[in-house]
Design a protein around this ligand. Structure first.
Ligand code: BJW
Ligand code: ZN
Length: 236
């Protein structure tokens, strides 16, 4: 812990990758693991463009339910520790796979949303995007003014990540002195590839996860603790 704190304290450039685990203690379910969403629901029936084309209402019911859970949740000390870290560092980038918006609500500013945002709705016909925080939504599936079907503004399996955000995340992983990997199973690509990229580019890579991940053994430090408990200590 002392060594990891020193690396963080001395770094002028820090990049972070977060996943569902950082929001677990805010009461938002993760995807994988014993209590994960994919134990209860099938990813291919809900988080693919094919699933949406087949049954948009079913997919929307699932997103509408998740939006209601997220609306009732609050950022936790893990999110807040990253806000403090951003304020303390001249160069700081936070890439998140989360669509819940809790980093923003905590006060983080420089956020790269690799998998989109659950509060954004995007028209499948005219491409118009808008933020809609109503929960529940008044009609499912929601429709655009042009008559087109609106979809959640998130990245499903088989879809590309938002171009600008992905390029900036890669650059941040390549150029940082310390890379923090927090609450992600690190099995979904290309986001997971940021971890070895940061390491081979020379960063000290520090992981915070309640379970081991495919990268844990290769990192400079891997902590088995909940993010909301570890991050405030690590970053204090
Ligand atoms: C705690 C904790 C606490 C718990 N404190 N820790 C074969 C090989 C390589 C790649 C592929 C492949 N076959 C297909 C692919 C590509 C595919 C992919 O990676 N699949 C793998 C699963 C095999 N990737 C894609 O399709 C991506 N696009 C792409 O590659 O484009 C190029 C392309 C185009 C065309 C064809 C092919 C390729 C897009 C991926 C999009 C992922 N989308 C989702 C849904 C987003 C919207 C939504 O939220 O509904 O993103 S899936 C889901 O997984 C979500 C998450 O962001 C993502 C990652 O999950 P995350 O965040 O890591 O959560 P968990 O639950 O997995 O882990 C939580 C962790 O926290 C655990 O480790 C716990 O231990 C820990 N934890 N409590 C700290 N308190
Ligand atoms: Zn439209």
């Amino acid at each position: 812990m002392q060594q990891a704190r020193k690396w963080i304290r001395e770094a002028t450039s820090v990049s972070v990758l977060t996943g569902a685990g950082i929001s677990a203690e805010s009461g938002i379910p993760t995807f994988r693991g014993a209590a994960g969403l994919w134990k209860q629901f099938r990813a291919e029936q809900l988080a693919t463009p094919e699933a949406f084309a087949h049954d948009p209402r079913l997919v929307w019911e699932w997103y509408d339910w998740r939006r209601s859970l997220i609306a009732g949740a609050q950022p936790n000390p893990g999110h807040l520790a990253l806000v403090a870290l951003e304020r303390a560092k001249p160069r700081f980038t936070l890439a998140t796979q989360n669509v819940d918006g809790l980093h923003e609500r905590a006060g983080s500013e420089n956020i790269l949303k690799l998998h989109g945002d659950i509060w954004t709705l995007r028209c499948t016909i005219c491409g118009l995007e808008r933020c809609d925080r109503r929960t529940p939504l008044p009609e499912l599936p929601p429709l655009c003014e042009c008559g087109g079907l609106l979809r959640p503004g998130v990245v499903w399996f088989g879809e590309s990540l938002p171009n600008g955000a992905w390029e900036r995340a890669e650059r941040a992983a390549r150029e940082c002195a310390v890379f923090l990997v927090i609450g992600t199973s690190a099995v979904v690509y290309p986001a997971a590839s940021l971890v070895p990229l940061a390491k081979t580019s020379g960063a000290k890579v520090i992981e915070c996860n309640t379970e081991e991940t495919p990268f844990s053994a290769d990192l400079h430090k891997s902590f088995r603790e909940p993010a909301a408990e570890l991050l405030p200590q690590l970053i204090a």
